[in-house]
Design a binder for this molecule. Structure first.
Ligand SMILES: [Zn+2]
Length: 112
């Protein structure tokens, strides 16, 4: 548990209370968006196991909602919600995993 808390403390996150979920009244250690991204990263072993090159574009597409949500909020066009931050973060994390796995597949093909 100490290792996990040290790991989470090292994640660069603003940890704003208004943008974080609470569990039994206690604020979670990361904001909703970062929590979603980290949960998405848990899928990496799955994609490395079943890596294929054609999924590369799907991975990039899954990253777009977070960028749209984040930048439209930053530019003051709209206000996001913690649930939307979490979902787009999860999609972004999974998308990054797919891009990494596809990149590994391409590297293996090119180098072998
Ligand atoms: Zn964060």
């Amino acid at each position: 548990m100490i290792v996990v808390s040290k790991f989470l403390a090292a994640v660069p996150c603003h940890r704003m209370s208004s943008r974080s979920f609470r569990l039994r009244g206690v604020q979670l250690p990361l904001c909703a968006r970062c929590m979603g991204i980290l949960l998405g990263y848990l899928a990496l072993p799955l994609f490395l196991l079943y890596r294929t090159e054609y999924e590369y574009k799907i991975g990039l597409l899954l990253c777009l909602p977070l960028l749209i949500d984040g930048f439209t909020q930053k530019w003051g066009w709209r206000t996001s919600s913690n649930m939307l931050r979490m979902v787009t973060g999860l999609m972004f994390g999974v998308g990054q995993c797919i891009v990494i796995a596809a990149s590994v597949a391409i590297l293996i093909r090119v180098l072998s």
